[in-house]
Every structure is written in structure tokens, then in C-alpha cells.
Design a protein around this ligand. Structure first.
Ligand SMILES: Nc1ncnc2c1ncn2[C@@H]1O[C@H](COP(=O)(O)OP(=O)(O)OP(=O)(O)O)[C@@H](O)[C@H]1O
Ligand SMILES: [Mg+2]
Length: 429
């Protein structure tokens, strides 16, 4: 029987080899790499599709168009499965529309099932549940990012990075197979669901995502993630956060170098201003993006929201004055949390976001420092609702004394006691 476990060296050789033949229509050989026309055409089309256009690439800043060689540390070479297109078609019930988990710039993501040992499709509900990302078969840029994903996620393993199970490369087809993340993306929970995400879950997610970034930055050959945003943070059944989408990841500066120069890609509203302006990329660009996501977690607002009034569309610009003024901090808190958040937690998270969003990259904390700040916030018990209740009962006791009745207490605390978040703390652990 054919060995389905792709060994790293073979995979890399095979993928790049296959890329040559199957992508020959778009081959970079036929269009000079340094051509701005080539870059503008492929880049703009792709970035528009994925809503990630930041600015026209500056030719002088362009480094190689190939994805960076993956770091050699943390290697675990022989763990990716190579699927056939037919296997994945069957695993997802012919890519049935009702198994679509989401859609991104690359294409649709489907839910599917595979047998436990190997690549054979399994009946829905049996074997292992996977998420199958199918790239629109329409271009070199998609292929390039597909390859970067296989390169990076094939080698980097950490509890806060999503697990890549395998891949499929067949003619024009490019697919990726991931572990299935039961609760979908943070973006869904913050902005689409009707039930608001409890405060303690928000902290848990921020911490998990921070650990993922700290791992990337701290490895012997650091990796800059470059696309940190709410839709790329996936959640398992217990709200453990895992980073997905390494298509834009980049090897960090080596030796004496302070930054890498590169084309500017990412997502509007999340990318660090100095990176957008100069193309100079450092791990502090990720820290800035982390600050933006932290603000989204705190406020329940999107980093960019065209539906809001003009002064409120850009989250960072809107929030900065509040972050800088302790007395105004509470106006930032997601109103859907009502009073179910920690007072001290909000102060610490706001301060952390403020530091991460510093205009001077050097003043931003490292992701290790961010993790250290977030860890103790998991244990804070000073929910505003608790002090509110104790104030209410004090008032009621006083009233009872004077009126001899406790009717008022029941009525006045009802709305908050009935809040869906009132038991949020218990749900977190
Ligand atoms: N491993 C997974 N498990 C469960 N759901 C997933 C998984 N991967 C992706 N999804 C779902 O599919 C959606 C689309 O993901 P995708 O990464 O393709 O696009 P995106 O992150 O929304 O946008 P972009 O293309 O700009 O990165 C996600 O928001 C998520 O809801
Ligand atoms: Mg994504």
C-alpha cells in the first residue's frame, strides 16, 4: 500500500515540484518576479478577494515572493497526511453546502470526517472530525499562501496553534485539512452570536492567543505571524484559543537584523502603522495586532466598522482617548456584558491594550510580557455585578428597617439577576 504519511523533505520537494507543473499557467517563470505589474496584478486581486489589501506594494521593499523557508527549530517532519481530492470530496459529502463552516479569502471551509488512522473518508459523525479548507483554484498567490501554511504548520506544534492534519495537491486543487475547532472563530463569538461571550472566557481566549504568538516569537528561529485577527483565532469546546492561517507568516529577522523588509499584506484595522508605512516587519507588528484584538475583546466592536458613525469606524482611533483616561475606561466595555466584568480586569486589559498599541514599536511589550500580565487576570473575582448586588442588598436592608418590607429588593435586582451572563463565571471553568 502506498505510504500516505508525507515526510517533510519529500513533501517540500513534492509540493514545490507539483507547484511547477500544476501552476505552470501562472508560473512565476513566465512573469519576472521583480515586475511590479506582476505583483500588482496577483497581489491586488488576491488581497481584494480576502479583504486584506493594505497599500500598493513598494518595489524597493519587496523581498522574495516565495514564502519564507520555514524555521528549522521545532521540526516534526513526518506528521502530515497527503489526501487525494476524491477522499476529501467524500469526507465532506461532496462539499455539501450545509457542511460549510465559513468562507474566507481563499475559499470555503467545510466540515468533514475521516477514519482515525489514515486518509480514508468516514461516515458523518464517526472517526475524526476535520475542517477542510478548499482554495479557489485561481491563482499563484493562493498557492503561495497554501504552501506557506503547509511549510509553517507542518513544523510548528503548540497547544495554541491549530493542528494541520494534512493537505491535498492535485492538478489545480489545493486543500488543507485541519483539526475541527468546535466553537469556530473568536470573530463569530464577539460579533455574530446573540449570546455575549462571558468576561472570563474573553480573558482565557486572549491568554491562549497570546501564548500562541509568544511561542512563535520565542522560537530559536522566530516567526512573525502577520495576520493576527479575530477570525484567525479558533476555539475548541473549552474556549482554548488556537491560531490558524499561516499563509502570511514570515521568518523573523536573524542575527543583527532588526527587521525584515517585505511587501505589505495583512488586514485593514489590524496591521501596525509603521509596517504599513515602511514595509519593515518585526515581531512588534504582531504585538500591535494583538492590541487591536484585545480592544475588540474589551469593547465587542470590530477593528473596522463602516456601519458606525464616522468618528467610530476605526476602533483604535476611537478608543485611544478612553484608554488614556482612567475615569473613562468603563465607557469602552462591551455593553452586552452589562455588569458582568472584573473592574481590575478592565483596568489591566485597557492598560495592556494601550501599551500594545503604542505608536513606537519599541515601547510595545513582548508577547512573553503580555502573557505574564494576562495570567493573573484569570483569577480576578471582583465582578461589578457582585458589588452592585451587595450595594442593592445594603440599601434594601436599610429600607426594610425603615419600611418593614423587602418587596423593593426583589423588584430592583430582578433585571440583573435574570441576565444571561449572571452565571458567566461558573461557565468559564
Ligand atoms: N479548523 C477549523 N475548525 C472550525 N471552523 C473553522 C476552521 N477553520 C476555519 N473555520 C471557519 O471558517 C471560517 C473561514 O476561515 P478562513 O480562515 O478561510 O477565513 P477568514 O479567517 O475568515 O478570512 P481570511 O481569508 O481573511 O483569513 C472561520 O471564520 C471559521 O468560522
Ligand atoms: Mg482565517
Amino acid at each position: 500500500m502506498e505510504n500516505k504519511w508525507g515526510c517533510w523533505a519529500l513533501l517540500k520537494w513534492g509540493v514545490r515540484g507539483a507547484c511547477k507543473s500544476s501552476a505552470s499557467r501562472n508560473s512565476a517563470k513566465t512573469i519576472p518576479r521583480t515586475s511590479l505589474v506582476y505583483d500588482a496584478a496577483t497581489e491586488t486581486r488576491y488581497l481584494n478577494a480576502s479583504n486584506r489589501e493594505l497599500c500598493p506594494p513598494n518595489e524597493a521593499q519587496l523581498s522574495s515572493d516565495n514564502p519564507d523557508p520555514p524555521p528549522t527549530g521545532n521540526k516534526s517532519p513526518c506528521q502530515l497526511l497527503q489526501f487525494t481530492f476524491q477522499e476529501l470530496k467524500s469526507a465532506t459529502g461532496n462539499f455539501r453546502p450545509d457542511s460549510i463552516l465559513g468562507e474566507g479569502g481563499f475559499g470555503y471551509v467545510f466540515k468533514g470526517w475521516i477514519e482515525e488512522n489514515g486518509t480514508a473518508p468516514a461516515k458523518p459523525g464517526s472517526g475524526i472530525t476535520v475542517a477542510v479548507k478548499s482554495l479557489k483554484p485561481d491563482g499563484l498567490q493562493g498557492h503561495r499562501e497554501w504552501m506557506a501554511e503547509v511549510d509553517f504548520l507542518g513544523q510548528l506544534h503548540h497547544p495554541n496553534l491549530v493542528k494541520l492534519v494534512g493537505y491535498c495537491i492535485e492538478d489545480d486543487q489545493r486543500l488543507l485539512v485541519y483539526e475541527f475547532m468546535t466553537r469556530g472563530s473568536l470573530e463569530n463569538h464577539l460579533f455574530r452570536r446573540t449570546i455575549p461571550l462571558p468576561w472570563c472566557n474573553r480573558i482565557k481566549i486572549a491568554l491562549g492567543a497570546a501564548k500562541g504568538l509568544a511561542f512563535l516569537h520565542g522560537s530559536p528561529e522566530p516567526v512573525i505571524y502577520r495576520d493576527f485577527k479575530a477570525s484567525n483565532i479558533l476555539l475548541d469546546s473549552e474556549y482554548n484559543a488556537k491560531l490558524s492561517d499561516f499563509g502570511l507568516a514570515k521568518a523573523g529577522p536573524q542575527g543583527d537584523k532588526t527587521h525584515v523588509s517585505t511587501r505589505v499584506v495583512g488586514t485593514y484595522g489590524y496591521a501596525a502603522p509603521e509596517y504599513v508605512m515602511t514595509g519593515h516587519l518585526t515581531s512588534k507588528s504582531d504585538v500591535y495586532s494583538f492590541g487591536v484584538v484585545l480592544l475588540e475583546i474589551l469593547t465587542g466592536r470590530r477593528s473596522m466598522d463602516k456601519k458606525r458613525p464616522s468618528g467610530e469606524q476605526n476602533l483604535v482611533a476611537w478608543a485611544r482617548p478612553y484608554l488614556a483616561d482612567k475615569r473613562k475606561l468603563y465607557q469602552l466595555v462591551d455593553p452586552r456584558l452589562e455588569l458582568n466584568y472584573s473592574l481590575k480586569g478592565v483596568q489591566k486589559v485597557s492598560q495592556l491594550a494601550y501599551n500594545c498599541l503604542s505608536r513606537d514599536p519599541k515601547s510595545r511589550p513582548t508577547m512573553d510580557e503580555v502573557v505574564k500580565v494576562l495570567i493573573p487576570l484569570q483569577d480576578l473575582n471582583d465582578l461589578v455585578i457582585l458589588s452592585y448586588h451587595s450595594r442593592l442588598s445594603q440599601q434594601a436592608r436599610r429600607k426594610k428597617k425603615s419600611e418593614g418590607t423587602q418587596q423593593h429588593r426583589n423588584a430592583s435586582s430582578k433585571s440583573i439577576r435574570d441576565s444571561p451572563l449572571n452565571t458567566g463565571k461558573q461557565r468559564c471553568r
